[in-house]
Design a protein around this ligand. Structure first.
Ligand SMILES: [Zn+2]
Length: 292
């Protein structure tokens, strides 16, 4: 049994962003470490060649150099600190996947960047760290269980070119996400009063996982479905989010399917008071399932 969840993070992950996105990562990592839920590992910075294989090289060049409109296409004014943070976070996706394959579970204190598309960034997402794992491990079947408030539309695009990638998105907000044989979108009404539709959607995802038989699940444990989040339509309570996390980890552990989880969205402020406790609950759920 594990004594804590192997988790990727470094101080490089942090950057000033207009949304909580990269500002929240250090407070969440430190809180999870203080609670004893995680052991932190520094993944370094990603080899840029891996990004040029995944995304349009012109887009990667723009982001690396900070020159041209594409450099800020995810919606933040470009800074060198954001660039370093993104390169560290994407390194953590690959290293986190490797650690999960070794231990059965791992985390990356990061965003999955699920809106990022092959040719550009989109809605606070720079390079798609979910598709990146599928590219890195072509012989492994990668199933993204995306439980963010928003659909994984960027990941859906990548399923067209990565045959080992499956994208299952349970969301409150869809932007016409591409659906196909390996890209499923379930958009639900607010679930505050009745969690049953959400539970049913999760069960459908579990059933899909059983039949597709992935080698790795990447769980996007978004905190932006929360009722107090400024951009939530899901309206989930804190208890419902925790129940969601527990269902996912119980399933992965009991079915012995390797899982890597990431924070994904979550935009409440003040970060320490409102947002950290929600993300910390995901680590707590994983710790209680795998370490107690
Ligand atoms: Zn979101």
């Amino acid at each position: 049994m594990l004594s804590s969840i192997p988790t990727c993070f470094s101080d490089n992950y942090s950057a000033e962003t207009s949304t909580a996105s990269m500002k929240k990562l250090a407070p969440v990592a430190r809180a999870a470490e203080s609670a004893g839920y995680v052991t932190l590992h520094d993944p370094g910075l990603i080899d840029r060649e891996k990004l040029r294989s995944l995304h349009d090289p012109d887009y990667v060049r723009a982001f690396i150099t900070g020159k041209g409109d594409l450099a800020a296409s995810q919606g933040w004014k470009w800074t060198a600190k954001i660039r370093t943070g993104v390169l560290a976070i994407n390194a953590g996706q690959i290293e986190g996947a490797r650690m999960a394959m070794e231990h059965g579970i791992a985390a990356n204190v990061a965003l999955g960047f699920h809106h990022a598309k092959p040719e550009r960034g989109w809605y606070f997402c720079t390079f798609n760290g979910l598709a990146l794992v599928a590219q890195e491990f072509p012989d492994k079947r990668i199933f993204v269980l995306d439980c963010d408030e928003h659909c994984g539309d960027g990941t859906a695009e990548f399923t067209k070119v990565l045959p080992n990638l499956y994208n299952f998105s349970i969301n409150g907000t869809t932007w016409g996400m591409l659906e196909s044989e390996r890209s499923i979108c379930r958009t639900l009404k607010p679930v505050k009063e009745d969690f049953t539709p959400y539970r049913d959607a999760l069960e459908e995802a579990f059933q899909t996982i059983r039949s597709w038989k992935p080698d790795l699940i990447i769980y996007q444990a978004g905190a932006d479905p929360h009722v107090d989040d400024p951009i939530s339509s899901h309206s989930m309570t804190t208890e419902q989010l925790l129940e969601r996390d527990r269902m996912v980890f119980r399933f992965c552990n009991s079915e012995k399917i390797t899982v890597l989880f990431v924070l994904a969205g979550g935009y409440q402020t003040p970060i320490e008071d409102k947002l950290v406790p929600l993300h910390l609950n995901t680590f707590r759920a994983a710790y209680e399932e795998y370490c107690l």
